[in-house]
Design a protein around this ligand. Structure first.
Ligand SMILES: Cc1ncc(COP(=O)(O)O)c(C=O)c1O
Length: 478
């Protein structure tokens, strides 16, 4: 049966507003050769509605939604910034979006992939990149498989990785998946890695290195970063940099210059692809020269005939994703970097830090800030000083009523009642001030109208959900 046959639908009378059931003009036996019987529906109850009804239906749904195009989206550790539409426009050009996956190995595509690899190498200081990983966590897995193979090739048994407790949750999970066991380091009172504990852990001998989220999930930059990488290298380990939150560092400092050997980036955060709902993503991995032979294949090399794609890489960990990763995201990132240029990227970093610190100082006047120091892209508040047993969850729900998205809550786990706020560089001062005003009003409500807070949200299409019950007894049907 060909595709055309599959698409032949016999449409009933659609002039009324009753449901109609389109019939597939194919014998069911024939269909069963292609699609398993248990996946076939007996009917498709598509409602018979007019164009205007369908337009109004979807516009109504879209108004119930909230996104970065609607307003500030201060979700910590997520860099939900405004994504310029030009990037989307270019990624959607037929020349990019209509390429058959196998055609991705044409010269133009290889050139684009090669060019962005060079730019990412310049931004991070690394020597080589793979663009295959489909998410930040996938990049972490790739980086750790490289570390594992590196020590295997050297014939050295190192099966432990140090992960500070301020790391992103995916760090220990990826290390475990790559076959390492984890040594968790407790952060000190400044939210940084304690050097004496690090030195002690590295002395165990079978430690392959450290995985550091920097800035960490408290939003702070580890000021002892050079000492950290020095200690790890002194004991023969490798240093992995979780660069998912590179936004505040852009054009200002580079993981390689801090002494790191491997880094992953999140193109879907820092480099202008909107994300959410679990994907799609792109987590390129950059490495120093010595680790280039371990990068996934295929890779791109320059020959007399131009760029070609090859499997030829001595110690490659192999292919880790079909084709070249999520190509549309790579195109968006390329346009973003080129349109901003070196100066523009630096300004992104500067304004991201400025915005976060402006918000931090204003919100600190009312809310408790456990790590009271200059932050990078984000900072963490808590519900510690709130009266009437008002909790972080109540604040997060109430802010929805004021027309904003909520901060990330109850993460990082090392802070009780955490509210992690990341404004990003694309918010204006006015937008930040409006958000601050709403947070101040909520603070006053905690004293004067705590019941309102506890039953919020009151103005959203869906009220407060029983999150625990939803997680424990999910009803998974349309
Ligand atoms: C610091 C950090 N590392 C890793 C990740 C994981 O990235 P992804 O969700 O693309 O797997 C994130 C997520 O945003 C992150 O903030």
């Amino acid at each position: 049966m060909d595709e055309k046959e599959l698409l032949i639908f016999q449409k009933g009378n659609n002039s009324t507003h009753t449901n109609f059931i389109p019939k597939l003009d194919i014998e069911i036996e024939k269909l069963e050769n292609i699609i398993p019987r248990n996946l076939l529906r007996d009917d498709i109850p598509i409602p018979d509605v007019s164009e205007v009804e369908i337009v109004r239906h979807y516009i109504k749904l879209s108004r119930m939604n909230y996104g970065v195009d609607s307003g500030i989206y201060p979700l910590g550790s997520c860099t939900m910034k405004y994504n310029p539409k030009i990037n989307e426009y270019v990624a959607r050009l037929a020349e990019f979006s209509q390429i058959h996956p196998l055609q991705e190995e044409n010269e133009g595509t290889l050139q684009l992939i090669n060019a962005i690899s060079v730019l990412l190498a310049e931004i991070t200081g690394m020597d080589g990149f793979t663009l295959q990983p489909a998410a930040g966590a996938h990049g972490e897995l790739v980086g750790l498989l490289i570390i594992k193979k590196y020590f295997e090739m050297k014939g050295v048994k190192k099966n432990k990785i140090i992960v500070p407790d301020s790391a992103h949750g995916t760090n220990p999970a990826s290390a475990k998946m790559a076959g390492f066991s984890i040594i968790e380091l407790q952060s000190n009172q400044n939210g940084e890695v304690p050097l004496d504990h690090l030195e002690f852990a590295m002395q165990q001998g079978d430690v392959a290195g450290i995985m550091l989220t920097n800035p960490n999930t408290l939003g702070v930059f580890d000021r002892e970063i050079l000492k950290i990488t020095k200690i790890v290298h002194k004991h023969g380990g490798l240093c992995y940099y979780d660069g998912a939150n590179l936004n505040p560092m852009l054009g200002i400092c580079r993981p390689r210059d801090m002494g790191f050997d491997i880094v992953h980036l999140n193109l879907h955060k820092t480099f202008s692809t909107p994300h959410g709902g679990g994907g799609p993503g792109s987590g390129p991995v950059g490495v120093i020269k010595e680790l280039i032979p371990f990068l996934p294949t295929p890779c791109i090399i320059t020959t007399d005939e131009g760029l070609v794609c090859t499997q030829d890489r001595d110690h490659s960990i192999g292919r880790i994703k079909a084709f070249w990763g999520n190509f549309g995201i790579i195109v968006r990132a390329y346009v973003y970097i080129l349109s901003l240029g070196a100066e523009g990227l630096k300004r992104v970093g500067q304004i991201a830090v400025l915005n976060a610190n402006y918000l931090r100082i204003q919100l600190q006047k009312k809310y408790y800030l456990p790590y009271d120091r200059i932050c990078k892209h984000e900072f963490v508040l808590t519900d510690k000083n709130l009266p009437n047993e008002v909790t972080t969850e109540d604040i997060a729900k109430r802010i929805l009523d004021y027309g904003y998205y909520a901060p990330t809550i109850y993460f990082p786990l090392i802070v009780n009642g955490a509210m992690m706020v990341e404004p990003t560089e694309t918010e204006s001062k006015k937008s930040l001030d409006n958000f601050i005003e709403a947070m101040y009003k909520i603070y006053d409500e905690a004293f004067n109208e705590p019941d309102r807070l506890k039953s919020a949200p009151l103005n959203t299409p869906v009220g407060r959900l029983d999150a625990v019950n939803a997680a424990r007894n999910p009803i998974l049907k349309e």
